[in-house]
Design a protein around this ligand. Structure first.
Ligand SMILES: [Zn+2]
Ligand SMILES: [Zn+2]
Length: 262
């Protein structure tokens, strides 16, 4: 576990949804206007411009995105998650690091995730790589990560496939389709490695919900923050997260400590 400990040293805590923090992605400021008349239902805190843009054209989306850590460009964590840099052990080492992180987080916060889903998960899904030039079986890293997490592996099904444009019946804008059926009423934990705009996760959630899933909760290893971007809330969140020690004991669902984001 030495490598996993070193990997986690760069983690930064994720703020709970609150005024100043997007209720969906936890890492950008909600739009000042709050609930737009054409936007989705807003409960409590608002959603950031990025999330609103991402979910705007979709038939369904998840309100529940739970990142384990924040990250920024030009960090070792970001480089490892995005495969710009090989950790010790290469590709297998990377899968082991992500799996150890997901396992450790899930062990502590399964109840936080299940509460958002309305009950225990009956299904675990992963977002397939969108690098179409590679055969999917040879390059579905999140499936390989979940296979290494004992608590989740038994419920994982490789359901999501990239949609081919010519496919009949696919709504415009859908990036994924669901293979097979039998999702009626499924409470689904959707696992992914990096959340940037949320497009991958939200397109996957849309496909799962359209196939009958009752709930989708997204667990993502890292949420990318753009501290230099025009969003002053994102910069403030990144600063404040840097001042707080990361601890697997808390997550953005159960963290009761006050966050000073100004
Ligand atoms: Zn957001
Ligand atoms: Zn928690």
């Amino acid at each position: 576990m030495g490598d996993a400990e070193a990997f986690a040293r760069e983690f930064r805590p994720v703020p709970p949804a609150r005024p100043g923090v997007c209720r969906i992605c936890h890492a950008a400021g909600p739009e000042a206007s709050g609930a737009g008349s054409s936007g989705p239902r807003v409960t409590g805190a608002g959603a950031c411009a990025g999330c609103r843009r991402t979910i705007g054209g979709l038939r369904g989306h998840t309100e529940h995105v739970v990142p384990i850590t924040l990250t920024a460009r030009n960090t070792r964590l970001y480089d490892v998650v995005t495969q710009r840099r090989e950790p010790p052990g290469g590709r297998r080492g990377r899968l082991d690091l992500l799996a150890a992180t997901v396992a450790r987080f899930h062990q502590r916060h399964a109840a936080c995730l299940e509460r958002a889903a309305g009950g225990p998960f009956t299904l675990v899904a992963t977002v397939p790589s969108t690098r179409a030039e590679r055969p999917i079986e040879a390059f579905d890293p999140m499936a390989a990560v979940v296979a290494r997490v004992a608590a989740l592996a038994g419920r994982h099904r490789p359901l999501l496939l990239e949609r081919v444009d010519s496919e009949p019946g696919a709504a415009a804008g859908d990036a994924f389709r669901v293979r097979g059926g039998g999702l009626e009423g499924a409470r689904t934990l959707l696992v992914d490695d990096l959340f940037v705009s949320g497009a991958r996760v939200q397109h996957a959630a849309s496909a799962l919900l359209a196939a009958g899933a009752a709930a989708v909760v997204a667990l993502v290893v890292a949420r990318l923050v753009e501290p230099a971007a025009a969003d002053p809330c994102g910069a403030a969140i990144w600063r404040e997260a840097g001042r707080r020690p990361f601890d697997f004991v808390r997550c953005c669902v159960c963290d009761a400590a006050p966050w000073e984001i100004t």
